[in-house]
Structures are given as C-alpha cells and as structure tokens.
Design a protein. Structure first.
Length: 246
C-alpha cells in the first residue's frame, strides 16, 4: 500500500521517517510530488484500518508520525496536507489518482505557500459579564440596594438576563476579534468547537515571512479582553490544514 501524506514541490529533499518508521519518498507528478510511504498491505488494507480507528494506542503514534511529516514539509515551504489514510494499491493507481489533479495542486500550492496556519480559540467567563453588559450591571446595582423580597425577584430576573446578554456579548466579542485578526491574515476561517465553551474557534493563514503584525494584534486583543473575563488559546505555526480544498 502507498500512503500519501501530502503534496509538495518536487524540489524538496530528505523527508523524515513516516508511519511505523517507514521511509518517505517523493513520487513525482510533473513538477510537484507526493510524499509517500510504502506500507505492508496486510496491516494497512482499508478494512484493517477501519477496524482499528477506535484504538487510540494504535492510532495515536500514527497520527503523530503523519503530522511530523506534514509539519516538516511545511517548514521547508509549501505543502498541501492530506488527511490521514489516503492509500493507493500500487504506483499505477497512485499515478491515476494524482495526475488528473495537477492543476488543482498548482493552485493550492500557490495559495498556501506564502503562509502558515495559526489557531486561535477564545473562551468567555460569565462572572465578569457586567463589565461588558450595561443591563447586567444595572440589575446587579439594583440588587445591592433592594429589600430581601425585591432581591429575590431581581435575582431571578438577573439569571435570565445574564443568559441572553452572555450570548449577545460573546457573539459581539467573537466577531470583533475575528474581524481584527482576519485583516492581518492571508485567509481566515471559523468552525464550531464541539464539546467546548469556546466562543471563537478560528484558523488564520498568516504570512510566513512577516507574522509579526498578526502576532502583535493578537497580543493587543489579549491585553484588552482577558481583564474582561476572556481567555485565549493560541497555537502554531501549523501546516495549512484548514486552507486546502477536499
């Protein structure tokens, strides 16, 4: 089986080891090349792979190896990272699968080579919502001055207002942060953050040569919003996983 990690310019050299310590070679397709490892058919036929995807002890080291090859390629320059488990039976199948997409590979490499991907997640904490919501601040002020009977009714009202205001304030802050960062990126995208309290889950394709303006703007936003109850997670640079087409 031929396992493909991604597409790179044909000029790259000396790739690292891949899955199971297998050698990674370049399979030329005109002036680009596929990063490929030859793996034993019995261990990596589709049915076997499918049956082991829930086995994290088996999957994890292979996912790390895949990412290490793609990250190495990103460090060298442009790469179109493939998802895991792009497999071909033999070299004719590899040629038939890749050659017709040469023009697409050229377009994608031209688009993503100038940048590298950075990930930004933002989380909100409701306990500081009053600083950004006049409605919540007003109710909290009224509760402090209220009689015990009035306080109970106002606190019930405050619970509902907090939920509504939290959604609106979080959406407004998220949109503002994303807009500011997008201005300094070559491309930007967002996606839902399942099982997460993140109000923003975004990826940015940032200039490989001049990432400093983006990083400076992110630092400014952190200094602005963290005192108001927002927490940032920033990782990268990564290969452009979110910026290549299927």
């Amino acid at each position: 089986m031929y396992y493909v990690y991604g597409i790179v310019p044909v000029t790259v050299t000396n790739p690292p080891k891949g899955l199971d310590g297998a050698s990674v070679s370049l399979f030329p397709v005109a002036d680009v090349a596929a990063l490929v490892s030859e793996l034993p058919n019995g261990a990596y036929d589709p049915a076997t792979v499918e049956s082991r995807l829930a086995d994290l002890d088996w999957l994890s080291p292979r996912a790390i190896a895949h990412d290490e090859v793609v990250s190495w390629a990103s460090d060298q320059g442009g790469v179109i990272p493939f998802p895991m488990w792009v497999l071909f039976r033999d070299t004719p199948a590899l040629e038939r699968g890749l050659a017709p997409r040469l023009a697409e590979f050229h377009r994608e490499l031209d688009r993503v080579t100038p940048g590298r991907e950075y990930s930004v997640r933002v989380f909100a904490f409701k306990d500081k919502l009053a600083a950004l919501s006049p409605a919540v601040a007003q109710l909290e002020s009224e509760i402090e001055k209220a009689t015990p009977g009035q306080r109970y009714l106002l606190e019930r009202k405050l619970d509902g207002v907090r939920q509504t205001e939290a959604r609106e304030v979080s959406a407004s802050v998220s949109d503002s942060i994303h807009e500011e960062l997008s201005k300094l990126a070559l491309a930007a995208t967002t996606e839902p953050a399942p099982k997460s309290a993140a109000i923003l889950n975004a990826a940015y394709l940032v200039s490989r040569d001049t990432p400093e303006p983006f990083q400076a703007k992110l630092t400014d936003l952190i200094h602005k919003f963290e005192p108001l109850g927002f927490r940032f997670e920033f990782t990268g640079p990564w290969p452009p996983y979110h910026f290549v087409g299927r």
